[in-house]
Ligand binder design. Structure first.
Ligand code: HEC
Length: 108
């Protein structure tokens, strides 16, 4: 019986752990990789485009930050970082929002 309870506890722990945001952010890294964002961006430093950490710091305090960045990611554009132009990205609204939320979580 004791062993059975222990097994249950381990399963419960596994379920709880899989719901942690750590995994959500891992999914976002994979999405960013799949969509080739990371060909032009890095988290800590500038590449072709701005470092995601600085993007998060720049817009994080805006009340409409997620909305703003979702649109910005989908539509691309230029003139905000003096780094050239980002091409329009082929993303669903959900994907753009997931990436925007992930980038905003990188401020620290
Ligand atoms: C071909 C290179 C390239 C690719 C691919 C690319 N970006 Fe960018 N990105 C840029 C450049 C250049 C800028 C700077 C544009 C500017 O100065 O306004 C930028 C800017 C941004 C910004 C800041 C926008 C703002 O409003 O300040 C975000 C957020 C961003 N990119 C996210 C992404 C995401 C997410 C993807 C993948 C879906 C992606 N980028 C793919 C080059 C790229």
């Amino acid at each position: 019986m004791k062993q059975y309870l222990h097994a249950l506890a381990v399963i419960a722990w596994g379920v709880a752990f899989s719901a942690l945001p750590v995994n959500a952010s891992w999914a976002s890294v994979e999405l960013a990789q799949k969509k080739a964002c990371l060909a032009c961006h890095a988290i800590q430093h500038h590449r072709v485009g701005p470092a995601y950490k600085l993007v998060a710091q720049r817009y994080g305090s805006r009340p409409d930050a997620v909305e703003y960045l979702s649109n910005s990611i989908k539509n691309g554009g230029g003139g905000r970082w003096a780094m050239g132009v980002m091409p329009r990205q082929n993303l669903t609204d959900d994907e753009a929002r997931q990436l925007a939320e992930w980038i905003l979580s990188l401020a620290n």
